[in-house]
Design a protein around this ligand. Sequence first.
Ligand code: GRF
Length: 229
Amino acid sequence: MSDTARPDRIAVLVSGRGSNLQAILDAIEAGSLPAQIVGVFSDKPAAAALQRVEPALRWSASPKDYASREEFDLALGDAIEAAQPDWVVCAGYLRILCDAFVERFRGKLLNIHPSLLPKYPGLRTHARAIADGEAEHGASVHFVIPELDAGTVIAQARVPVRAGDDADALAARVLEVEHPLLIGVLRLAVSGRLAEQGTTTTIDGHGLFTPLLLDSAGALRAPGADSPI
Ligand code: GRF
């Protein structure tokens, strides 16, 4: 998928504020992520995230202007395909993607989710983790498959849940680790090291059976490994 002659092309799907999109833009600008953003796509025309890129890179539409979920996802998919991305990253995209969309971009479709999957798929993850008395919470980056938040987890970042945390405080702590987590996975992706082969996720051609972890220095490593991957 990666063509070494040019930086990988990344499409980003957003619904809201876009801090993860900003982390990608900053990493590209800093030279730590050899990639280019080829489009930012939203189901919310007023999403603040869209303002983070130049108008030519923005695409948005309201699902209510389409007859069905499938028709909206078809239009979204056509717009994304026209941008010819190597990777399609859901970074705070809050709408469930229909199966046909997922199949269309299968193998290049990544999502960042604010929980330690398989715990807490879906919404309100922070409040649910607190209500359950979890000692740890975090974020996961995974390949997207038709089942919601159920694709292979590539990497995770963990944070403690502290006494007195409310959902906002915990969300802020998780968001801090989301950004380096997402960039770490995208660095693997754009360097051609990450792939989804059938139902197996591989890194450097080897099956990944346990998620990588974000270490305290902001690097990804296999659990228990001496050095970053
Ligand atoms: C993040 O917590 C992400 O994991 C979740 O939605 C939030 C989006 O934040 N899916 P932002 O729009 O990237 O700031």
